[in-house]
Design a protein around this ligand. Sequence first.
Ligand SMILES: Cc1cc2nc3c(=O)[nH]c(=O)nc-3n(C[C@H](O)[C@H](O)[C@H](O)COP(=O)(O)OP(=O)(O)OC[C@H]3O[C@@H](n4cnc5c(N)ncnc54)[C@H](O)[C@@H]3O)c2cc1C
Length: 416
Amino acid sequence: MSWPTPISKHTKDVIMSKKYEIIIAGAGIIGLAVAYEYLKRGKRSILILEKERDRGQHASGRNSGVLHAGIYYTKDSLKARFCRTGSEKLYQYAIDRKIPVLRNGKVIVAWDETSARQIDILYQRSIENGVKVEIISKQDLKKLEPCAGTYDRALYSPNTAVIDSKGVLDALHQDLNGGGIEIRFDAEVLRIDADTKTLKTRSGDFEYEYLINAAGLYADKIAHQMQVGKQYRILPFKGCYRKIRKETAALFNGSVYPVPDLGMPFLGVHITKNIEGGLYVGPSAMPALGRENYKGFDSIRPDELPRILWDLAGLSVRNEQNFLGLVRSEISRYPLRGMMPHIRRLAPGLTEADFLPGFAKVGIRAQLFDAKNRRLVMDFLVEQGRHSTHILNAVSPGFTSSFAFAEWLLNEKLPA
Ligand SMILES: Cc1cc2nc3c(=O)[nH]c(=O)nc-3n(C[C@H](O)[C@H](O)[C@H](O)COP(=O)(O)OP(=O)(O)OC[C@H]3O[C@@H](n4cnc5c(N)ncnc54)[C@H](O)[C@@H]3O)c2cc1C
């Protein structure tokens, strides 16, 4: 796939004076899916501004690559509303555009009677959400996923798929460029003037009729500039993955997930066989000390760290979502040795020797924190401002949901 040609100084100058009907901040899956939906409806006066030089530098290029079926979410949530149909739409798009995608299924397992009861809750939610699932016995689990273990029953989702996430981003870029929609890289939105409907970026100033904020980890910052969603702030959570050796990977067919803590917006460390057959274990859900703190002490900003620590303290004091339990368990399983008891709940035969050393990949969730109620926000959140819409908390299953989410946004929230 070809990458966008660098933009010359001259081109920048020409574009600077241009006005667009729609400007989208952020070329992750959400920004691209919204632009694609507009393109399908015939609109072309759209500019997508992307902070990075390349696509997929944040969540959309650093996720598990799972097309979720829609099992976990309560019926009244936006996640439930978009996940199943989003998965079907993205699956079809992948087939049409010849992007690698595979319905290799997933099993959700339990380790004691209490966790097994969660299987029944998930089964009920799946039925309410119109998702095809089956409760299977321990014996049937062995036939489907010989290395997985469970207490006495498991939940099987045959339609869960894996997809080449970057392949989706590449194809969307091609389709949007082909349709005449402009995507500008290295164009971070720095300042917005809602009165004049102009915005300043690293590569020039632009005018808009309507602004769509799909800036992922920075969506709150853009929203706050426009006096929107002031009670919400992004609290970044790091997700590290470990990789399993090839010979062991060959023994797995699809994904193995634990029953999650349904009060938390994370699905728990799971085993995923990706589209290339690589087997990953992760992601962790460790509070990160910076929005882009992918490694060590990188990208920890002195102007943001106190705020992040303050918000984490706010969560700890109230501890309503058992946040302290999460932190304790994340710290204990940071080293592989500490992680092994959790992994053995999924696949009892795995040992430390099955893992390649170190972390294989890292992603950061743009998790929204509700500072007023001191809670992590569970659902997607969309806030409207003056000539603008702000997509906040586009966390998992945001990739899966993106096409259905975009369709709904255009039907309900955005100008035609
Ligand atoms: C570890 C992990 C695993 C996940 N696994 C799955 C999964 O298996 N399945 C699933 O469905 N979902 C998964 N998700 C969730 C999914 O990846 C996200 O919901 C989705 O990628 C969010 O897309 P986005 O476009 O909102 O964000 P992003 O991909 O972060 O895109 C936002 C873009 O905005 C740009 N930007 C930021 N600020 C500015 C600015 N000021 N100006 C211009 N551009 C800006 C950024 O550079 C970025 O490219 C996972 C997420 C993580 C972190």
